[in-house]
Write a protein that binds this ligand. Structure first.
Ligand SMILES: Cc1cc2nc3c(=O)[nH]c(=O)nc-3n(C[C@H](O)[C@H](O)[C@H](O)COP(=O)(O)OP(=O)(O)OC[C@H]3O[C@@H](n4cnc5c(N)ncnc54)[C@H](O)[C@@H]3O)c2cc1C
Length: 476
């Protein structure tokens, strides 16, 4: 087997991995090697060129309360980082509802009787809200009332997670939409009061001129310019572990050769569960059981190049309708006009949330494309004859699933992985956290700062994104 040694080995060239490498080289550590299985950098936030147009892996907006990350984004892309006025809607019962919800728009669409019923249901829920909510359903009903839960939350959430809302923990709602309830929505709609807004209500975000992945290309260039190395099309296969240390990581290079990589420290953004599955050392039985109890939701994107312009004005539309499997449709020219490569065409993507062992994930691409085309036609969004070319992208371990009762297993795994002295877990799948790009980048930066013993370290990476307001440089 070929051998390679380096001071720091970073696993994954997504936002977390690249940020860790960026911070390491910025602190004078040049012997940094990044490994990723994809042919381009960016991970789930990458942008791929097909048919002369650009596609993300589902829509990616840039928004952060972390001043440092915002600053870094602007520094990396300068004039190529553009503000976008958000327009997103919910498609439900053959109607489009503005999202974030606008009271007059929703009222006009559901009618005064249903609006009154929703208000009564909200008041009833508030009066009855005595106990701490345990499930996602209880959390939403307490904050919005049962009527609005059933209209605006239930179907979409169940499409995303593949389980009933009363089996999803309240942790997910409180992490993602903390500070949001009907009153907050109404205040935001009428622009009453200042203060911070729940992230989901934000009406403007930023976006790179050439797709989300442009940010990570820029970050990768910084790493390479400073002497770092990136191996793409290289898959991590095994962790060789002994005495609570990683002795080597075995990867398969693009020529099919195995390479053993020895490093002083490993920064790992690959799925938390993968570390245990790929470890050739000893896994405690209880920890093994906890690892098995954790799972992720997987994802299919059908990218379509459409020979038309001005299809719909939204950046993306949430598809709540139960009669179709698709969950979201995105129009990339409404993020940046450069996404269509100057041609009078429109790159769009249709998303399906699935489990990898589900039938749909196993279907051949041609069948998945047929399903997406048929559903898009049924919704009346597009004449399928205008679709010029389609591609299917399948991604696994996209959404760490906060099902009801996952916490004890999760905590057992987190405690265990801390034992490995020369390993730092970071990122979304790596820490089993429902991270956005900014949280993943912050975890990478702080992981590197802990390694170099930067001022203020050690930082507790597990605290990132626990609290919606916790977005500054990190808690010590
Ligand atoms: C559909 C969708 C929409 C999203 N929308 C937004 C949004 O609007 N805004 C936002 O901020 N965030 C969004 N996100 C989240 C964002 O994509 C992630 O937070 C971010 O990409 C996570 O970065 P990461 O580096 O932690 O992990 P990843 O991006 O997952 O990077 C991990 C890397 O590890 C590599 N890898 C995995 N296994 C192996 C292996 N065995 N060998 C070698 N390499 C391996 C992968 O190829 C990948 O490049 C969205 C995510 C999805 C799925």
């Amino acid at each position: 087997m070929k051998q390679r040694s380096c001071q720091c080995c970073v696993l994954g060239a997504g936002p977390a991995g690249l940020s860790a490498a960026f911070e390491l080289v910025a602190n004078g550590i040049e012997d940094v090697l990044i490994i990723d299985r994809h042919p381009i950098v960016g991970g789930l936030s990458r942008t791929v060129e097909k048919g002369g147009a650009l596609f993300d892996i589902g829509p990616h907006r840039f928004f952060s309360r972390n001043r440092e990350i915002r600053g870094l984004w602007h520094e990396l892309l300068g004039d190529d980082f553009l503000p976008v006025n958000r327009l997103t809607r919910i498609y439900y019962k053959k109607k489009f509802f503005k999202y974030p919800i606008k009271p007059f728009d929703s009222l006009a669409k559901i009618g005064p009787a249903a609006a009154l019923a929703a208000l009564v249901s909200y008041i009833r829920a508030r009066l009855g809200a005595k106990e701490e909510p345990k499930t996602f359903e209880q959390w939403i009903v307490q904050h919005f009332g049962r009527r609005l839960f059933e209209t605006f939350f239930k179907t979409y959430t169940e499409k995303v997670w593949g389980i009933a809302c009363n089996r999803i923990g309240a942790d997910w709602a409180s992490q993602r939409i903390k500070g949001l309830d009907l009153i907050q929505v109404a205040k935001s709609a009428f622009r009453i009061g200042g203060g911070s807004q729940a992230k989901t209500l934000v009406e403007q975000f930023d976006y790179p001129r050439k797709g989300a992945g442009q940010m990570y290309q820029a970050l990768a260039e910084r790493v390479l310019d400073a002497g770092g190395d990136i191996w793409l099309k290289t898959r991590v296969e095994k962790f060789s572990v002994a005495d609570e240390r990683i002795k080597a990581v075995i990867v398969r290079d693009p020529d099919g050769q195995q390479v053993s990589i020895k490093a002083d420290h490993y920064f790992n953004s690959l799925p938390l569960t993968f570390f245990y599955q790929a470890m050739d050392g000893y896994v405690d039985k209880t920890v093994g059981k906890s690892v098995e109890a954790l799972y992720y939701r997987d994802h299919i994107t059908v990218d379509m190049l459409v020979d038309r312009q001005k299809l719909f004005p939204d950046q993306w539309i949430y598809i709540h309708s139960q009669d179709v499997k698709m969950a979201r449709i995105a129009n990339y020219t409404n993020f940046s006009t450069h996404m269509c490569g100057g041609k009078p065409k429109t790159p769009i993507s249709v998303e399906y949330f699935v489990f990898k062992d589900e039938e749909l994930f196993q279907w051949p691409d041609s069948d998945i494309i047929e399903l997406a085309t048929e559903e898009i036609e049924r919704l009346g969004l597009l004449n399928p004859q205008a679709i010029e070319q389609c591609w299917v992208v399948k991604e696994t371990e996209c959404y760490p699933t906060y099902y009801l009762g996952f916490q004890p297993y999760y905590q057992a795994v987190c405690r265990d992985i801390e034992r490995y002295a020369n390993l730092t877990q970071m990122g979304r799948a790596g820490m089993f956290k429902y991270n956005n790009q900014d949280h993943s980048m912050a975890s990478g930066l702080l992981a590197a700062r802990n390694y170099v013993g930067a001022e203020g370290s050690p930082y507790d990476l597990w605290q990132i994104n626990v609290d919606a307001e916790y977005h500054e440089a990190g808690r010590r």
